[in-house]
Design a protein around this ligand. Structure first.
Ligand SMILES: NC(=O)c1ccc[n+]([C@@H]2O[C@H](COP(=O)([O-])OP(=O)(O)OC[C@H]3O[C@@H](n4cnc5c(N)ncnc54)[C@H](OP(=O)(O)O)[C@@H]3O)[C@@H](O)[C@H]2O)c1
Length: 407
């Protein structure tokens, strides 16, 4: 964090806003070169900077996009305060309080979204599995992305072309499909790619979410988000934990979460590393790529300082479709029941395949493609066990499922 007192360019504006908050008129608007906003809060407002040159969390130097951790939006220092929306000021009395929105029942939502017409933004791994499950449940499902889907799960599902970074395209898609509910599973999930393409990652995840939010018109939306919104210093994260992304992917996803949560009709489902048998996808998940490499007797350098709570893709699809009918908004976590290191998981795969586990070479993640990942990318839920609709959807254990998938 860089304290605002070290940012002389904004000190004046912050002071003005503090004064306004201490002696607030009932309702005040102020124009700036950035945008107009209204101060409706009567509570003192604390502003915290989260200065993000692409990559580094702390410090005020470096090049790249500057992202505000309160709004998730890029900012210029002088325009930052005026860029904060009234919603953020009133919703977060202390801007440094970065805890997630609690899970609540959307008022007046008796009508289930499933079956109905569901628009899915994205047509990749998760989209395909969610679409297949929705279709089985009788929903009319439409996938959408820039290129036609390739995964077998998407076969027979209607598809429409869209680039989520284009507001007019997203609005036109929403008008054409007229969905009852929306699922947002768009944008790159390759964390290493996002780290080397932070602006594209941000434009797709956050920009896409912003365009979806603008076109929603009150419809419920479910966004699949990630454990990478946390620093990874703790072993596992529940919904009440403070977000603190340490990579470009996490920052982009957190910003997307906030765009959609601001609509008050969003459920953010943060899921851990997703696995399953994925033979056809362009970027096979960890389980599939380890199996393939070991079958070829290739040596694999696997990080020995990186832990996950992997979750099976069918569990993600089951939770997503079930929760769409629940009328809940806010944030919910879905991690598998076992916290496991990548090396142990890879060795387990080797044992199941009957190949030499010594092919797995433990390696510090620094210096590998995993370098930008948090040490612990692990989630648990503080609330899921109390939700009646999830009673029959306990996530599967990764070792048992790996065994079942391989044998
Ligand atoms: N897989 C995981 O382990 C995991 C874990 C937690 C969260 N998530 C989240 O779940 C979502 C889906 O993950 P996934 O594993 O299914 O990823 P994926 O297989 O790479 O699918 C991503 C989809 O987004 C589409 N997309 C990318 N840029 C787009 C754009 N500008 N406009 C429209 N569509 C675009 C892609 O299609 P085109 O490129 O053809 O447009 C693709 O269909 C991601 O947002 C990811 O952050 C995934």
């Amino acid at each position: 964090m860089v304290s605002f007192s070290k940012q002389p360019g904004v000190r004046r504006k912050v002071r003005r806003h503090r004064q306004a908050a201490r002696n607030p008129p009932e309702h005040r608007t102020e124009s700036s070169r950035c945008r107009t906003f209204a101060v409706t809060s009567t509570a003192p407002v604390t502003v915290a900077w989260h200065h993000e040159p692409s990559g580094a969390l702390n410090g005020g130097t470096g090049r790249g996009t500057h992202v505000c951790d309160c709004t998730g939006r890029p900012f210029t220092r002088s325009a930052h305060v005026s860029a904060m929306s009234a919603r953020h000021i009133s919703r977060r009395k202390h801007m440094s309080d970065l805890r997630s929105s609690p899970l609540v029942l959307r008022p007046g939502t008796a009508a289930p979204a499933v079956p109905g017409r569901i628009l899915i933004l994205g047509s990749g791994y998760l989209a395909g599995h969610i679409a297949a499950r929705l279709t089985r449940l009788g929903a009319e499902t439409v996938l959408s992305s820039r290129r036609a889907p390739v995964l077998p799960e998407s076969r027979g599902v209607r598809w429409k072309q869209v680039d989520v970074t284009s507001g007019p395209q997203v609005a036109a898609l929403m008008d054409a499909v007229e969905p009852d509910a929306v699922v947002a599973v768009h944008g790159p999930s390759d964390i290493t790619w996002c780290e080397s393409h932070p602006e594209e990652a941000y434009a797709t995840h956050h920009g896409g979410a912003r365009n979806i939010a603008a076109a929603l018109d009150g419809r419920p939306v479910l966004l699949v988000s990630t454990d990478n919104v946390f620093s990874g210093e703790d072993e596992s994260y529940g919904e009440s934990a403070q977000t603190f992304p340490v990579n470009a992917y996490g920052r982009a996803k957190l910003a997307a979460e906030r765009e959609l949560l601001d609509t008050s009709s969003a459920l953010v489902l943060r899921v851990s590393l997703v696995y399953g048998w994925e033979d056809r996808g362009p970027r096979p998940n960890f389980l599939t790529s380890v199996v393939r490499s070991l079958m070829r007797k290739e040596q694999l350098r696997i990080p020995d300082d990186h832990w996950n709570t992997p979750v099976h893709v069918e569990d993600v699809a089951a939770w997503a479709t079930t929760l769409m009918s629940s009328g809940r908004t806010g944030t919910l976590h879905l991690g598998g029941p076992r916290r496991i290191g990548r090396v142990d998981w890879a060795r387990h795969i080797a044992e199941q395949l009957g190949v030499d586990p010594m092919l797995i070479v433990p390696t510090p993640r620094i210096g590998t493609a995993y370098a930008c990942r948090p040490r612990n990318a692990c989630l648990h839920s503080e609330v899921a066990a109390q939700l009646p609709e999830l009673q029959h959807h306990r996530p599967a254990d990764v070792l048992e499922t790996t065994h079942a998938l391989i044998s």
